[in-house]
Ligand binder design. Structure first.
Ligand code: ADP
Ligand code: MG
Length: 328
């Protein structure tokens, strides 16, 4: 029903940044190498994500906007081995329940693009439309039919800030993707997409800081499939922030928040008597997907490891080694 759809939407769609997150995850899953995000009025008036990914065939457009339609999980077993960012098949349907959505797409092999719209959850017909290869998803008038939600949102700048922060995180996780972000038609963030994490660090933290970050030192190869692999950068003792919000974690390239992981990074600094400082760090962790539970929360920024202490120890060691490797 309409009400049920709106309640379900509330779990996925909290604010404009939650919409942006779902859309760029879809673009990443579609193999895009370029992702452009446009925002008007902090995303409330318009959010548009344009990618050059695989695209969607015309006859599959209605499915993309329907609840529990996902092209990514073939069978229940697949849930244990999720490689894609999306798997629930409810994001676009939820967004379409609380906004006007237009989906325009053209797969590589199609000669012509096609378009479909949804408003208050009702789908339009599919119409042919000119489109570059890839997908453009436009979300207009988010929450205009949900005044209670609108009231909770902060100023336009605050919402743009949330979107900006989110896009920085995804850019850090995917240095090979060229991200560009526009607010009111002005570019506010961009990355070159050259595959170098160091290039993204320059865009996110600026040059003096980016130059004071040391690569994490990973341990030698071995055959233990259960051992977490850690890579990334952490700031030298000469460079730190006064707040804690500058440590980013990606588990199998999924952005996650975790006190446990933060404690591991800070523990490395403490163990070198660098306490009281809040480092800047970007930490990539690769683990066997079977050792993860990514299904904890619909928004999926929390994560549970089945062998938590091994992950903690691997991060602590890699950060310590990075700091020790640099002459003070
Ligand atoms: P999920 O990502 O969990 O599968 P979504 O509701 O986010 O669910 O998307 C539904 C489906 O629409 C996806 O499974 C995919 O097939 C298709 N889709 C959505 N966005 C894109 C995109 N940018 N490029 C290609 N396909 C897309
Ligand atoms: Mg998705």
């Amino acid at each position: 029903s309409d009400v049920a759809a709106k309640i379900a939407a509330g779990e996925v769609v909290e604010r404009p940044a939650s919409v942006v997150k779902e859309l760029i995850e879809n673009s990443i899953d579609a193999g895009a190498t370029q992702i452009r995000v446009d925002l008007m009025n902090g995303g409330l008036q318009l959010i548009r994500v344009t990618d050059n990914g695989s695209g969607i065939a015309a006859d599959e457009l209605p499915l993309a906007l329907s609840r529990h339609a996902t092209s990514k999980v073939e069978q229940i077993d697949d849930l244990e081995h999720i490689r894609s960012l999306g798997f629930r098949g409810e994001a676009l349907a939820s967004i379409a329940a609380v906004a006007e959505v237009t989906l325009l797409s053209r797969p590589r092999t199609a000669e012509q693009g096609a378009q479909i719209s949804a408003s208050s959850g009702k789908l339009s017909d599919i119409t042919p439309a000119a489109s570059p290869q890839g997908t453009t998803l436009t979300v207009r008038n988010l929450f205009s039919a949900v005044p209670a939600r609108l009231k909770f949102l902060k100023s336009r700048n605050t919402e743009v800030g949330h979107c900006h922060h989110l896009l920085e995180q995804y850019a850090l996780a995917y240095p090979e993707i060229r991200f560009t972000v526009f607010s009111e038609g002005r570019q506010i963030f961009g990355t070159p997409g050259d595959g170098q994490l160091s290039s993204v660090l320059v865009e996110v933290y600026g040059l003096p800081v980016a130059e004071q970050m040391a690569p994490l030192v990973s341990e030698g190869q071995d055959d233990d499939p259960e051992r977490p692999r850690v890579s990334g950068y952490t700031s030298l003792p000469t460079c730190y922030k006064s707040t804690r919000q500058h440590i980013s974690f990606f588990v199998n390239r999924r952005w996650v928040l975790s006190r446990m992981l933060t404690a591991a990074v800070e523990g490395a600094y403490h163990s070198l008597l660098l306490s009281g400082r809040h480092p800047i760090a970007v930490i990539n962790i690769q683990v066997d997907p079977a050792l993860l539970d990514v299904n904890v929360h619909p928004a999926k920024t929390e994560i549970r490891f089945l062998k938590e202490r091994r992950v903690f120890a691997a991060i602590l060691r890699a950060v310590r080694a990075a700091l020790l490797e640099e002459p003070e």
